[in-house]
Design a protein around this ligand. Structure first.
Ligand code: NAD
Ligand code: LMR
Length: 422
């Protein structure tokens, strides 16, 4: 069944087809699409369950309703139209945007670039990578440039061993969002922390280039270890007089996994499950708050500790299954794009909430923490509080804090010892 969203005008749920049919001929398709983006998804209710349970609406009835609505043209609808126009006007000021994927020819970079190329908020996509990448970035760009989308995709290459700041002017200038999966993935037996030495320098080179060519862009760091690299890069930005809130650690995959695993246990559609995952992105620092999702909180308490560990270990499960040939790439491409799209929607005037690892006051005593974050027209517009915790989550939070301390410290020390070039 296709997704329904609530039209804020009459608080009724419609499919895209129904809403589009109603506004057809009255507004441009793009305007209606923008209005649809503003509508909140409707929760599906089971027939006969609970007070006010929604009757499944037969197509014909929905159609008739659509027609009747169009004919009657009530005052409220006129107001909604004005609102739609206002919303579109606001959106039209900003996007669509230029986006760069650094490491765009890699395991994550390729699917991530594909998802971003499909986002109507992206007008130009730069694929940046090394000359030793598994595919030349120009090849990834040529491939993606055949999608029947309005986006203009270009590839940019840098000889290995050189500095991004000398090779990224064209790729980065004008970007509103830079996604960085560039870096080494884990092999079985390694921790994410083992990647710090090599990946921090890769991230620094790219962040240095962002500071020069697109200092206002949101820089979304996927490269591991996120827990240490994000504080390192945000502190380096701050040292240079730039806004550390532009540096965003991508932890979305943990939320994707938590929703999926809760769906598996409960039999409910994971699309409607939203488990915030807070703390950080490595082992015990990954803390899914099952108590804060209406489906997840129905799971028996004795099943929660194992489910929690399953989310913590999901990355390692993929590393082991890939047997030395990389870590999560496809699910990460999907998750990175979910975050990237949320950032762009926010920039376009449609606020979105996602979990992300940023400079934060969400946890006392911690300068960096993952929590729910509101993305607005300037990027991170609000860091939301952690919220209420169950007894299990309270105990786990102590473990999270213990582990996060050292990992944040690693990043802070790196920032003290380094500077971004001019
Ligand atoms: P990969 O080796 O397949 O791809 C990395 C790409 O980065 C390669 O194409 C490489 O050429 C490129 N690269 C390296 N240095 C570069 C530079 N200076 N400039 C431009 N490109 C450069 O690895 P992958 O599987 O895509 O993983 C990338 C990173 O993402 C790893 O560090 C991995 O641990 C991390 N990761 C994070 C998450 C998360 O949830 N945040 C999830 C999965 C993987
Ligand atoms: C993940 O969670 O899949 C990534 O952080 C990659 C990894 O090394 O586990």
């Amino acid at each position: 069944m296709s997704e329904k969203r609530i039209d804020p005008d009459d608080k009724t749920a419609y499919t895209w087809e129904e809403l589009a049919a109603y506004y057809k001929g009255k507004y441009k398709k793009k305007e209606v699409e923008a209005y649809w983006e503003e509508c909140k998804p409707a929760m599906r209710q089971k027939k006969g369950k609970g007070k006010g349970a929604a009757e499944p609406e037969p197509k014909a009835k929905a159609k008739a309703k659509t027609k009747a609505k169009a004919e009657a043209e009530p005052k409220a609808k006129v107001k909604a139209k004005a609102k739609a126009k206002a919303v579109v006007k606001k959106a039209a000021k900003a996007g669509p945007f230029k986006v760069c994927v650094c490491g765009g020819a890699g395991g994550i970079g390729q699917p991530l670039s594909m998802f971003m190329a499909m986002d109507p908020n992206v007008k130009e996509l730069s694929i940046f990578d090394l000359d030793i990448a598994m595919v030349p970035p120009a090849g990834v760009a040529a491939d993606l440039s055949h999608l029947e989308k309005k986006v203009d995709v270009k590839g940019y290459v840098m000889p290995v061993g050189q500095k991004p700041i000398d090779h990224t002017e064209a790729a980065l200038t004008g970007c509103s969002l830079v996604l960085i999966p560039a870096g080494m993935p884990r092999k079985p037996g390694q921790t994410r922390d083992d990647l710090f030495k090599i990946n921090a320098d890769i991230a620094k080179g790219l962040v240095e280039a962002c500071a020069k060519y697109c200092p206002e862009a949101i820089v979304a760091l996927i490269v591991n270890p996120v827990n240490s690299i994000v504080p390192a890069m945000a502190e380096l930005y701050e040292k240079k007089g730039l806004d550390p809130m532009k540096i965003v650690g991508v932890t979305t995959l943990d939320c994707v996994r938590a929703a999926k695993f809760v769906g598996n246990i409960t039999g409910k559609n994971p699309n409607f499950i939203n488990v915030p995952v807070v703390g950080g992105h490595a082992g015990k620092t990954i803390l899914p708050l099952f108590s804060q999702d209406k489906t997840a909180k129905t799971i028996e308490a004795d099943k929660i500790p194992d489910l929690d560990v399953k989310v913590q270990d999901a990355g390692t499960e993929v590393v082991n299954a890939k047997n030395g040939k990389g870590s999560a790439t496809l699910s990460m491409g999907y998750a990175g794009a979910r975050l990237g799209k949320a950032v762009l929607a926010g920039l376009a005037g449609f606020r979105r909430v996602e979990c992300a690892y940023v400079k934060s006051d969400a946890m006392e005593g911690f300068k960096y923490f993952t929590s729910k974050v509101v993305f607005g027209d300037k990027g991170v517009s609000k860091v939301l509080p952690i919220g209420d915790l169950s007894e299990h989550e309270k105990t786990r939070m102590e473990e999270v804090k213990e582990a996060m301390k050292a990992e944040i410290e690693t990043g802070m020390k790196y920032a003290e010892a380094n500077d971004l070039a001019a």
